[in-house]
Design a binder for this molecule. Structure first.
Ligand code: MG
Length: 262
C-alpha cells in the first residue's frame, strides 16, 4: 500500500513539474505567431518560360518585331534603327533612340551583341550604352556602358558594365564578340526635393551574363564624358540606347523588357 502511494505521489510530482515547465515556457518564450505577417498578400506574377523571358507584368520594349515603343531621342520621331531577324541594329547616323514611356524605378532586362568581326580598340570597339534615365537627347543621363570588353583594354570605369566614368564593374563577365550578352538591371531613381535639391541618390544593381557586376552602386550624379558628375532634378525619364559615333560596326539588341517598380 505504501508503495502504491509512493508511486502515485511520484507520478503527481512528475505531472506537476511537467505542467509547470510547459507553463514557464509559454510565459518566457515569444509566440511565433507574433512575428507572422499575413497582409498584404504579394501580387501573383507569372514568370516567363525562361528567366530571360518577360514575366506577366513586364512592359515589353522590344520583342524582335518592331520599334513601336521607341522614338528618336533628338526629335521624338519614330525610331529608325534597323529591325531584322528578330534583332535591332544600331543606326549610328539616326542617333540615339529612347522609350516613349517614362519610368522611375524599375527592373530591366536587355540583350546585346557585338559583331563577331568587330574592329577598333579601347572605346572605339562596339561602343554603345543604356541610359537608365535619359535627361536630354544626346548623352545626357545615367549610362551603363556597352562596349566590347573582351580582351580590349580601356579605362576601367569605361569598360562594359561600368557606371560610365564613375564605377568599374566588380568583375569582367564579358562573352566574346558574336555571342549575346545579357544585362539585368535594378534601377533606383534619384529623388529631388521641391526646390530641386537631391533628396536621395540613384542606385544601380547590374547582373551581366548572370554575374553580379554592380552591387547597389550609388551614383554621384549623371554620367558625363568630361568633368565631375552632378545631379539635375527630373521626375520620370525614358530609357535610352546610345548610337555612338565610333567607326566600328554597329552592335545589335534583342529581348528588352522592363518592370516598373513604383
Ligand atoms: Mg557608351
Amino acid at each position: 500500500m505504501k508503495r502504491r502511494i509512493a508511486v502515485a505521489l511520484a507520478l503527481f510530482v512528475y505531472a506537476a513539474t511537467d505542467q509547470s515547465t510547459t507553463w514557464a515556457q509559454a510565459v518566457t518564450s515569444p509566440d511565433p505567431k507574433a512575428t507572422e505577417q499575413w497582409e498584404p498578400v504579394p501580387e501573383v506574377v507569372t514568370p516567363g518560360k525562361h528567366d530571360d523571358a518577360p514575366p506577366s507584368d513586364a512592359v515589353v520594349l522590344f520583342d524582335g518585331r518592331d520599334l513601336a515603343p521607341w522614338e528618336t531621342s533628338k526629335d521624338h520621331s519614330p525610331a529608325r534603327w534597323k529591325v531584322h531577324d528578330g534583332v535591332v541594329t544600331v543606326d549610328k547616323a539616326a542617333g540615339n533612340i529612347q522609350t516613349r514611356q517614362r519610368f522611375k524605378n524599375y527592373q530591366l532586362h536587355l540583350e546585346w551583341q557585338v559583331p563577331k568581326d568587330i574592329t577598333g580598340e579601347g572605346q572605339a570597339r562596339g561602343n554603345s550604352g543604356v541610359f537608365l534615365a535619359s535627361t536630354g537627347p544626346g548623352d545626357e543621363g545615367y549610362e551603363i556602358q556597352i562596349l566590347d570588353s573582351w580582351k580590349n583594354k580601356t579605362y576601367v570605369n569605361g569598360q562594359a558594365a561600368s557606371v560610365y566614368k564613375q564605377t568599374p564593374p566588380l568583375v569582367n563577365a564579358m562573352r566574346p564578340p558574336g555571342e549575346w550578352q545579357t544585362y539585368d538591371v535594378i534601377w533606383t531613381a534619384p529623388t529631388f526635393a521641391a526646390d530641386g535639391t537631391l533628396k536621395s541618390p540613384a542606385y544601380v544593381t547590374l547582373i551581366h551574363n548572370g554575374v553580379l557586376v554592380q552591387n547597389h552602386t550609388q551614383l554621384t550624379g549623371e554620367t558625363v564624358y568630361i568633368g565631375k558628375p552632378k545631379y539635375a532634378p527630373y521626375a520620370e525619364a525614358a530609357i535610352k540606347l546610345q548610337a555612338h559615333s565610333d567607326p566600328s560596326k554597329p552592335i545589335s539588341f534583342r529581348n528588352i523588357w522592363v518592370r516598373p517598380l513604383d
